[in-house]
Design a protein around this ligand. Structure first.
Ligand code: NAD
Ligand code: UDX
Length: 468
């Protein structure tokens, strides 16, 4: 059976871009991406491609090329399930906020709802692909729901975790380091794996398509994110030592990164990692380890998240202590709110925690981010429930121009590494600020000597011997 119709449940940061690329590379396959969030589907169908719900460089042109031809976005989940031979589950799997495993385990309620929906609707055999990041052994849960609540049709469950990073999603999808597919080691399982291999083979070299058993595939995704986040926490731990000793973390990162056993990627010091994946997936791993009684393993990985929290809090503490131990009533301008550059995603962005800490000290914050709008900033802060929404509205302003945001500020804090920040007119910025004018660079992007020569007091994360 060659796959002719694909349904993807979940039109988010993964479902949208992933399916757009499959549609572009497999023009003979019809793909329908469905979501229960109607506003999201409307945005995916908007003629104005700047309104797509996910901002990713290069995504708009692929959507333009494929949408309405073999790529469709719809809220009609049932019809798309019915038609498809292969169904990707690409829904969110956030950290549980209630009950057993609260604050740690992955909340699988959306996954279960998908499985039940598939079971209810399906009248012929389906291949169900886990695209979402899931705890190891989730495939057996999905299989059990499908087999016990369905119409006696046959299912094969594959694990095909997604490794794209936001901001480079299109590039990552077009040229992945590898594609991982886990399946049952039965004849039917192998046949299903082969169907998915065939799809990716349209553009991914065969040697980069890795097949494993389901459990290895599920666990590899959590492992990859844990290892990547661990590198960031490790270099951030070194950034603290550098600041105390006068060593420079950028020089240290370069020196160790040239060791081919270590490699140069994921060694950028920062105000902390953010994003919807790293913290969630490590906590999930910690929960899994604990549930097997592996406390030492759990503690080891939990340290990566603890280090990250320390780094975020350390940054706001640095701002406060440097500004004469009080930021009460002082205006601090945030350059950046997204969790990294080239995305409009703010989930778990370190900017949120840093802002919350400063607001607790009665600072006033003005925010400028090239891709994040005002509603999102307030939504992120209100979600913390630290103070009432009216207070957030009063203390935080979101501006559409960096030069407007900066007027009358005591300090600039750089929370995201947007390229444009490097090229701003820092003389002009200095002019419109109160003196002494501080810059706190949480992303290591500014030229310290240049800013100092303009007159700024500069703190750059990890750069030893900072503010003069
Ligand atoms: P997202 O929140 O952007 O998108 C998920 C979408 O699923 C939402 O639009 C939601 O409305 C929809 N949805 C939830 N339940 C549904 C249901 N029953 N029927 C139809 N639609 C439903 O999430 P995301 O960032 O795309 O992540 C999806 C999964 O992929 C997660 O498991 C995540 O860990 C994993 N992942 C994310 C990234 C990333 O960079 N964001 C990368 C790799 C893997
Ligand atoms: C991550 C994984 O990289 C990706 O493979 C997975 O599919 C989803 O989770 P993402 O969260 O989108 O991707 O972005 P990533 O580039 O990994 O950055 C995560 C966070 O770490 C960001 O806040 C980023 O700024 C930070 N980071 C990354 C650093 O602070 N330093 C680095 O050297 C790299």
């Amino acid at each position: 059976m060659a796959i002719k119709n694909i349904c993807c449940i979940g039109a988010g940061y993964v479902g949208g871009p992933t399916m757009a690329v499959i549609a572009q590379k497999c023009p003979d396959i019809n793909i329908t991406v469905v979501d229960i969030n109607e506003a999201r589907i409307i945005a995916w169908n908007d003629d104005d491609l700047t309104k797509l719900p996910v901002f990713e460089p290069g995504l708009d042109s692929i959507v333009r090329e494929t949408r309405g031809k073999n790529l469709f976005f719809s809220t009609d989940v049932d019809a798309a399930i019915d038609r498809a031979e292969m169904i990707f589950i690409s829904v969110n799997t956030p950290t549980k906020t209630y009950g057993k495993g609260k604050g740690m385990a992955a909340d699988l309620k959306y996954i279960e709802l998908c499985a039940r929906q598939i079971a209810k609707i399906s009248k012929n055999d389906k291949i169900v692909v886990e695209k979402s990041t899931l705890p190891v052994r989730t495939a057996s849960t999905i299989k059990s729901i499908l087999d016990n609540t369905g119409n006696n049709v046959k299912y094969q469950i594959l694990s095909n975790p997604e490794f794209l990073a936001e901001g480079t999603a299109v590039e990552d999808l077009l040229q992945p380091d590898r594609v991982l597919i886990g399946g049952d080691t039965t004849i039917e399982g192998e046949r299903a794996v082969a169907e998915l291999v065939d799809i990716y083979s349209n553009w991914v070299p065969k040697e980069k398509i890795l097949t494993t058993n389901v459990w290895s595939s599920e666990l590899s995704k959590l492992t990859a994110n844990a290892f990547l986040a661990q590198r960031v926490s490790s270099i951030n731990a070194m950034s603290v030592i550098c600041e105390r000793t006068g060593a420079d973390v950028y020089e240290v990162a370069k020196a160790i990164g040239m060791d081919s056993r270590i490699g140069s990627k994921f060694l950028k010091p920062s105000v902390g990692f953010g994003g919807s994946c790293f913290q969630k997936d490590i906590l999930n791993l910690v929960y899994i380890a604990k549930s097997y009684g592996l406390d030492e393993v759990a503690n080891y990985w939990e340290g990566v998240v603890e280090m990250n929290n320390y780094q975020k809090n350390r940054f706001s503490d640095k701002i406060i202590t440097t500004m004469y131990n009080t930021v009460s009533g002082k205006k601090i301008t945030f350059f950046g709110w997204a969790f990294k550059k080239d995305t409009n995603d703010t989930r778990e962005s370190p900017a949120i925690q840093v802002a919350d800490n400063l607001l607790n000290e009665q600072a006033q914050i003005s925010v400028f981010d090239p891709k994040v709008d005002q509603d999102q900033v307030y939504k992120d802060l209100n979600l913390l429930n630290t103070r009432d929404p009216e207070t957030n509205l009063k203390l935080v302003k979101v501006l559409e121009s960096p030069y407007e945001a900066i007027i009358g500020s005591h300090a600039v804090a750089i929370l995201t590494e947007w390229e444009e920040f490097r090229h701003y007119d820092w003389n002009k910025i200095y002019e419109s600020m109160l003196k002494p004018a501080f810059v706190f660079d949480g992303r290591g992007i500014v030229d310290v000597n240049n800013l100092k020569s303009i007159g700024f007091s500069v703190y750059k994360i990890g750069a030893g011997n900072p503010v003069n």
